[in-house]
Design a protein around this ligand. Structure first.
Ligand SMILES: Nc1ncnc2c1ncn2[C@@H]1O[C@H](COP(=O)(O)OP(=O)(O)O)[C@@H](O)[C@H]1O
Ligand SMILES: [Mg+2]
Length: 260
């Protein structure tokens, strides 16, 4: 469903990510792993057509369901983003407006993509909260972001991102700011979404433990290039690169268990 073909991404004509290729099938979870600055965010922003000013794909192609995303018009992006392809960020609190109630932001988001009344949009938002097993949806909808914990905000972010049952969910370090227990809950919830809706997911993380726990496919990046890739077991055995082994050694172990 997604094919990234030999892509080079440059900022101000300086190539930052080089020769990046990956294929993602329906219902598959892939992780992009690598240290800070390795180009992970750049790759998924390119997929969503949201590179910051000065950034662009200078070589290669990105196909979504067989169609090049690079040729999309602004109008086509507005239709696609938030519906077929959606994204969650490290801190959904930052995405939510700090001075507006969550429910109002949620309703507005729904109504930019679907012509329904405010009342129905509110109901739909509530339903999504319930699906994310957020207790007391009405209370959350009436809250400001700062009144929720980081984990709750992240679940609200996922609830919003899943509203239109996207085919592709891009997640940029969605658990990095959370404590380990909450991190594990969110990761499991994302895996359930894949099982329930057949959503394909690209998970960006610097934590190889998280990647190994949830992914079918792992791509290891360093300095803008792919240095290793493979299935979970393959990578957990140390992959084929020294760098992968270094990342593995850096995964904190929890009570002897090396995963999330
Ligand atoms: N807006 C930007 N303008 C110029 N360079 C950028 C910009 N954003 C990121 N970069 C550069 O691209 C490289 C990769 O960044 P990024 O994709 O954010 O890495 P990661 O997500 O793996 O931490 C970094 O060296 C960074 O300096
Ligand atoms: Mg990043």
């Amino acid at each position: 469903m997604l094919e990234i073909k030999n892509v080079t991404i440059s900022y101000e004509e300086r190539p930052t990510v080089r020769n990046f290729s990956m294929t993602l099938h329906k219902g598959e979870i892939a992780s992009l792993v690598g240290e800070s600055g390795s180009g992970k965010t750049t790759v998924i922003r390119a997929v969503l057509g949201l590179l910051p000013g000065g950034g662009r794909v200078t070589e290669g192609d990105i196909l979504f369901e067989g169609k090049s995303l690079l040729k999309n018009t602004g109008e086509e992006w507005r239709t696609l983003r938030g519906t077929d392809i959606s994204m969650i960020f490290q801190d959904s609190g930052a995405m939510l407006n700090p001075i507006r109630k969550i429910g109002n932001v949620f309703v507005e988001y729904i109504r930019t993509h679907e012509k329904i009344s405010k009342k129905d949009a509110w109901k739909k938002g509530m339903e999504m909260m319930e699906r994310m097993r957020l207790p007391d949806g009405d209370n959350i909808m009436n809250s400001y972001p700062f009144q929720l914990s980081g984990g709750m905000r992240q679940r609200v972010g996922i609830a919003m991102a899943m509203t239109f049952q996207p085919k592709l969910l891009l997640a940029d370090e969605p658990t990095s700011a959370l404590d380990v227990t909450t991190q594990a809950q969110i990761v499991r919830q994302m895996m359930e979404l894949r099982d329930e809706y057949g959503t394909s997911i690209i998970m960006v993380t610097h934590n190889l433990g998280v990647a190994a726990y949830m992914s079918d496919q792992i791509v290891v990046m360093k300095e803008g290039q792919i240095v290793d890739r493979g299935g979970r077991d393959q990578i957990l055995r140390g992959g084929s690169s020294v760098y992968t082994q270094e990342l593995l050694d850096a995964v904190p172990s929890l009570g002897g268990v090396r995963y999330v």
